[in-house]
Design a protein around this ligand. Structure first.
Ligand code: AMP
Length: 400
């Protein structure tokens, strides 16, 4: 079975084509700047490494260009789009209605539309992508995989905020969480690698990319998570503040800022960028640290401190912890950040192993702590696209 995985933003389509018999990626790429005069198409496949400007006035045109390239006899990997049996769509917000991956029909599109108020930047783009893909690949089954789904098992004490109950019942104010597909993927991989049944494993999964989040996993299910009603809550991120006193935005508004300016500042100008004043990118920031920039050092310290603090909190709510799992661009690659996390978790029995930290990068999974470490800390590369492809295959094959 061939499965096409798509992740639609408002002006981009990221895609991967999988051959599911061996989970091989046949082609992958991105169309960017959809709707402008400068749209570009990238595609990597066995015989192709393409980057070219294209004409893509909307998502439907962009899909048609991707499909034309996939079936191009010189460049492509398919004879016909009909070879695609399933299309897996990443959808950001399923709210309380969509708690697992599902076939897309009018009812499910209505659910995604209903939850657009909770993800106004993402869900409308996801819907545009779904409609365009359904038009371009009408013979395939289309499956939605929700970023929020893995986190739908949080109990009320974890997902409710201690605010007037009406905020929840009338306005849907609660913790939903994000990055769920990544947390689910690494939790399943950790169970395999640690040799434990997936429904028996207890983990703290830590996704550290430009966005950052943590999940407490008990018996394979999420029981708490750092992101909230929006992705702004929790850890310090590239440009997002993470946790802060909820009175601060109101205070800044009283000081003359407009609500939308505060929103932009907290989402786009805060986090590593805000504290350092230098960069939101961990690699750049570590370079600045080496040159002695105090603001960069503080930003990295705060980044690690917040993670370690949440590990402590999640230890308190889990019956035991089989491993802490680091993933995402920083978790998979950043030696200094990983080393600091391992060292600062010594009070939970972690024994940092510098050599293992050095060798476990660039797509490798493995422990960063020594044999005999009471708390194993692992790096496991995430693969959200593969998780979406597997769900799509399972549903198309009629397993649900
Ligand atoms: P992501 O959103 O998962 O692509 O992760 C982006 C973050 O990962 C950025 O802060 C990058 O600086 C960081 N990152 C990626 N590769 C490395 C690396 N080799 N060393 C340190 N940080 C990295």
């Amino acid at each position: 079975m061939k499965v096409f995985v798509v992740n639609c933003g408002s002006s981009s389509i990221k895609y991967q084509l999988f051959k599911m018999t061996n989970e091989q990626v046949l082609a992958k790429g991105i169309v960017e700047r959809v709707g402008t005069d400068e749209a570009t198409l990238e595609m990597q496949a066995e015989r192709t490494n393409l980057k070219t400007t294209v004409s893509a006035a909307n998502h439907t045109e962009a899909f048609n260009i991707i499909l034309e390239t996939l079936i191009d006899p010189r460049l492509g990997v398919l004879e016909s789009p009909d070879q695609i049996e399933g299309v897996g769509h990443r959808v950001v917000h399923g709210g309380e209605d969509a708690t697992k991956s599902a076939r897309i029909n009018d009812d499910l599109i209505a659910v995604i539309e209903k939850n657009s108020k909770l993800a106004p930047l993402h869900n409308p783009a996801n819907i545009a992508g779904i409609r365009a893909a359904m038009a371009a690949i009408p013979n395939a089954e289309h499956i939605a995989v929700f970023d929020t789904a893995f986190l739908s098992t949080l109990p009320p004490k974890a997902y409710r905020y201690a605010v007037p109950a009406e905020w929840y019942t009338k306005h849907n104010v609660r913790r939903y969480g994000f990055h769920g597909t990544s947390h689910r993927y690494v939790a399943l991989r950790a169970a395999e690698l640690l040799g434990k049944p997936a429904d028996k494993i207890n983990l703290i999964t830590v996704h550290l990319g430009n966005g950052c989040s943590m999940t407490a996993v008990k018996g394979g299910k999420a029981i708490d998570h750092t992101m909230g009603m929006t992705p702004l809550e929790g850890l310090v991120m590239g440009t997002r503040s993470g946790d802060l006193d909820p009175a601060i935005p109101l205070y800044m508004i009283s000081q003359g800022m407009k609500p939308e300016e505060v929103d932009a500042a907290l989402n786009k100008d805060s986090g590593l960028l805000g504290v350092s004043g230098l960069s939101n990118d961990m690699r750049d920031l570590l370079g600045h640290c080496e040159k002695g920039a105090e603001s960069a050092k503080l930003a990295v310290e705060m980044f690690v401190y917040r993670i370690v603090k949440y590990v402590g909190a999640y230890f308190a709510i889990l019956p035991s912890v089989d491993a802490v799992v680091l993933t995402g661009g920083i978790g998979e690659n950043s030696l200094p950040v990983r080393q600091k996390i391992c060292e600062q978790l010594a009070s939970f029995g972690a024994i940092a192993d510098e050599q293992r930290n050095i060798t476990t990068t660039r797509g490798k999974a493995g422990p960063l702590t020594a044999n005999g470490s009471k708390l194993p800390i692992w790096a496991i590369p995430t693969n959200e696209e593969l998780m979406i492809a597997r769900d799509t295959r399972r549903i198309v094959a009629g397993a649900e």
